[in-house]
Design a protein around this ligand. Sequence first.
Ligand SMILES: [Zn+2]
Length: 351
Amino acid sequence: MVTYTVRKGDTVSLIAYKHRIRPIDLVMHNPMIRFELDYVVPGQNITLPEHAPSNSKLTEEEDLLCEFGLQQLEEDRLSIEQLGIKASVIGFSVMGQPIYAWTIGTGKKKCFYSGGWHANEWHTSKFLSRFLLQCVQKCVTSDHWHGYSLVEIFKNIQLHIVPMVNPDGIDLVLQGVYEDHPYKKQIVEINQGMSRFNHWSANIRGVDLNHQWPGWEKEAQGSPTKPWPRHYGGPHPLSEPESIAIFQYVKKIKPDYVLAFHSQGQVIYWGYRNLEPPESKEMVNKLCQASSYSAIHTAESDAGFKDWFIKDTRKSGFTIEVGTGTNPLPAQSFTEIWTNNVTLALKGLTL
Ligand SMILES: [Zn+2]
């Protein structure tokens, strides 16, 4: 019998594939793991089958089947650093976890990509982190990607990218709440005693980070009035450290346009109360063509990040709703998300 002690960020799939076994094998060897998407918590000892080889790196195919949290972002961060690009920390989450940003390119034009706003939308973090890694790799090797020369692209543009705005929330969706979780009491209360967090999109204090931007007052009237798994806009606009970090970063870098990644729906929202500049329409058409996603002018809501950006700067902002299904999308959705969004994100660099 081989014992493995669960680490922060582990999931059943990650542990299984790293040991070259199937998630179902872990369920069969461990009565306390009831199903393949059950939580495993840091410090918990689990049994691996005798034949399981020791911890090894995931193959590309196995990686497609695995979840993506802060631990995985940290691994990508090291890979990107080895290629010569360092991350900066633009702020910290409620639980003190870093919010990472990367800058690549030297162009005058600036764009800002962000993801992982909502806890159960971790696919967007995985997508942006892997997209960034590939961009950096292809700059190093001077390879083309879908016909684009990344070296040339990054002479004309500066890409600023924050793949994971909400690391605490994403960890909660992936690992659940455990005995020594510092916010256990509050989380269980907000979640009405339920122990599953599939539907949780807020940060760890139950504030929706894409529901608390200036313009908040109107939206707040029709939303939950106290911490809630989704749609509570907080006690006032920009009350949460994660939102403040993005606000300050965007004010500092002054992007020409922004793409905020969410899931799901395979659509792109491109307007806000008709305040967007006329070129937004042409830009969204290009993004749709590159991805096969559909353009929708506006969601008729306020208090989102891209809404605030359009209103504050009168520049273009887009919300990309990747994937289709019910959040959290299954890990397998990543294939579609990757296929359609690589070409979208590349097109986004040349708008
Ligand atoms: Zn979202």
